[in-house]
Write a protein that binds this ligand. Structure first.
Ligand code: MTE
Ligand code: MO
Length: 189
């Protein structure tokens, strides 16, 4: 008989807090100027205003959060728009297999489109029943529970669909390209 999968990935320590971790300053937010841009290998570019994004159907997803610096938060409650919902408004070209996630301020991270299509991936604006705070990515952050948290980009502003994979901010600086916490894919060699 196969044993149940443990809750905590190898080498992680559980915290009851919600630490704040990022490079650079928290970008300012102006709802009049904010937009969400979907570009690259798509049949048509899509630009959503803040109001348009906020009017998309919302979901609540509970998931664990694993930072490569070894803290894990358990059972975080996220509220927002699932990737599966957003993709209904996007027509990726057949050759688009990778996505670069772009944040305000220049941060970026890369993921296979397949990983984003997982049913636990969302663009969150709420946490624990409240608005996300600016230091945690408000007005909008990505959450990808099955990857280390550097892939969960805060202050997201756009998605670039790509045929070939390309490293994002940390992936260019020695972090693993895939970042699966269960395989301890922390750093590349
Ligand atoms: N835009 C942006 N998003 C980011 C980061 C960043 O530096 N800039 N850091 C990542 C890292 S390394 C982690 S661990 C998580 C931390 O999210 P939190 O501060 O909400 O806990 O955000 C990720 N998203
Ligand atoms: Mo992290």
């Amino acid at each position: 008989m196969k044993a149940d999968k443990p809750r905590i990935p190898p080498g992680q320590v559980v915290t009851s807090k919600f630490p704040v971790l990022h490079v650079g300053p928290i970008p300012p937010f102006d709802p009049q100027r904010w937009d969400f841009r979907i570009f690259g290998l798509v049949e048509e570019e899509v630009v959503l205003s803040y109001q348009e994004f906020m009017s998309l159907p919302k979901v609540e997803i509970v998931s664990d959060f694993h930072c490569v610096t070894r803290w894990s938060g358990l059972g975080y409650i996220w509220e927002g728009v699932s990737f599966q919902e957003l993709i209904k408004h996007i027509r990726p070209r057949p050759e688009a297999r990778y996505v670069m996630v772009h944040s305000d301020g220049g941060y970026s991270t890369n993921l296979p489109l397949q990983a984003l299509l997982d049913d636990d991936v969302l663009f969150a604006y709420g946490h624990d029943g409240r608005d996300l705070t600016p230091e945690h990515g408000w007005p909008l952050r990505l959450v990808v529970p099955k990857r280390y948290a550097w892939k969960s980009a805060k202050w997201v502003r756009g998605l670039e669909f790509m045929e070939h994979d390309r490293p994002g901010y940390w992936e260019q600086r020695g972090y693993h390209n895939d970042g699966d916490p269960w395989k301890e894919e922390r750093y590349s060699n």
